[in-house]
Design a protein around this ligand. Structure first.
Ligand SMILES: [Zn+2]
Length: 333
C-alpha cells in the first residue's frame, strides 16, 4: 500500500495547549506521526512516498480565501505586533460577528477554540493537505487503497475555521478532489465538525461520523444525532453519538448501521477519517475499543470493495498508534 508522508510536519510543534488544567504539553505532537511511520517501515507491504507540490488554489475547493490568507500570514504579523512568539492564540471569539481589517485582530474570527498557530503551522498543514490530495490522485489513477499519514489532522477544520488541532481539512480536500459520489466515514473519537460543515448541503458526499456523545465530549456543539444535512444535502449527513465506555460489540453494531447507509448510497469512493483515539487507553478519549476491534473495523471497511483513501486524524496514545495503523490498514493490503 502506498503511504503519503512528509517530514514537514516537524515544523508544527507547539509547546503547550490551553486545557481546563491550564497550559499543558501539546498532545498533538510530532512523535505521533513518527511512531506510525516507524511501524509501517518495519512491516512488509508499505511504500512511503512524499507528496508532490500542489497549487495552493486546490485549497480553495473547500476553504475561504480570507481564511487561507490568515493562516499563511498571521504568525509573522502576530510577532511583528509584539505578541508572544510561542504561538497565535485567540482570547475573544467572533460568534458570527464581523471581520476586523487588522490581521492580528482577526484571530478569534477564524478560530473556534485556542488551538495555537506557530511559525511552521501553515507549512505543515499545507504538506498534510498535499499528502491527502496526492493520495486522492493515486486513487483516481487506479490504486485500490492509499493511506495519507497527515499531521496536523484536519477533520475539525471548517471552510473558514481552525480548531481541535486542525487547520486544513485534509479528508474534505481529498473527497472534493476525487469527485463523483464519495462516502466520507469519520471514526475518530471526536465528531468531525469541520467536515460536517463543509458538506452539510451536499448530496455528493455522504458524511457519516461515529464519535463520543457531544453532550459529554469535545467539540460539544456539533455531532448530535438529529444533525442530518440541509437543503439538497438533507439525509446526507448522519451522526452516531456513542456513550463513554463504548467497546467493540457496541461500536461494531453502530458501524454496521453506517455501512448499510454507505452501501445504499452506492459511492464511487470511500474516504476514511481515521482517528485512533477511539481505542481504549487514549488520553483524550474514553471508549474501550480494542486493537483487535480496530482490525475488525478495517475488515468491514475493506469488504465494501471500494477504492479507499484513509486519512490520519487523531489518536494520542503513543504506545498504540503504530499497531493501530497496521491493524486498520492490513485488511486493505
Ligand atoms: Zn479525535
Amino acid at each position: 500500500m502506498k503511504v503519503l508522508y512528509s517530514e514537514t510536519h516537524h515544523r508544527h510543534a507547539p509547546a503547550h495547549e490551553l486545557t481546563r488544567e491550564g497550559y499543558t504539553p501539546y498532545f498533538e505532537c510530532p512523535q505521533r506521526a513518527e511512531s506510525i511511520l516507524r511501524s509501517l517501515r518495519e512491516a512488509p507491504g508499505f511504500q512511503i512516498i512524499a507528496p508532490s507540490p500542489h497549487p495552493s488554489e486546490s485549497l480553495l475547493s473547500i476553504h475561504d480565501p480570507g481564511y487561507l490568507h490568515f493562516l499563511e500570514a498571521i504568525y509573522p504579523a502576530w510577532v511583528k505586533a509584539g505578541e508572544p512568539a510561542s504561538g497565535v492564540v485567540p482570547v475573544t471569539f467572533a460568534q458570527g460577528g464581523r471581520r476586523p481589517a487588522d490581521l492580528v485582530n482577526q484571530t478569534g474570527y477564524y478560530c473556534f477554540d485556542t488551538t495555537p498557530i506557530v511559525e511552521g503551522t501553515y507549512a505543515a498543514a499545507l504538506e498534510a493537505a498535499r499528502c491527502a490530495l496526492c493520495a486522492a490522485e493515486l486513487l483516481l489513477g487506479g490504486e485500490r487503497a492509499v493511506y495519507a499519514l497527515c499531521r496536523p489532522p484536519g477533520h475539525h477544520a471548517a471552510a473558514a475555521l481552525c480548531g481541535g488541532y486542525c487547520y486544513l481539512n485534509n479528508a474534505a480536500l481529498a473527497a472534493t478532489r476525487l469527485g463523483g459520489r464519495v462516502a466520507l466515514l469519520d471514526i475518530d473519537y471526536h465528531h468531525g465538525n469541520g467536515t460536517q460543515e463543509i458538506f452539510y448541503t451536499s448530496n455528493q458526499v455522504l458524511f457519516l461520523s461515529l464519535h463520543a456523545d457531544p453532550n459529554d465530549a469535545y467539540p460539544f456543539f456539533w455531532g448530535y444525532a438529529d444533525e442530518c444535512g440541509a437543503g439538497k444535502g438533507e439525509g446526507y449527513t448522519r451522526n452516531f453519538p456513542l456513550p463513554a465506555g463504548t467497546g467493540d460489540a457496541d461500536y461494531l453494531a453502530a458501524l454496521d448501521q453506517a455501512l448499510a447507509l454507505i452501501r445504499n448510497f452506492c459511492p464511487d469512493y470511500l474516504v476514511l477519517s481515521a482517528g485512533f483515539d477511539l481505542l481504549a487507553g487514549d488520553p483524550l478519549g474514553d471508549f474501550a475499543v480494542s486493537l483487535e476491534g480496530l482490525q475488525w473495523i478495517g475488515e468491514k471497511l475493506a469488504d465494501l470493495r471500494l477504492p479507499t483513501l484513509v486519512v490520519q486524524e487523531g489518536g494520542y496514545n503513543l504506545e498504540n498508534l503504530g499497531p493501530a495503523a497496521l491493524n486498520l490498514l492490513s485488511p486493505f493490503a
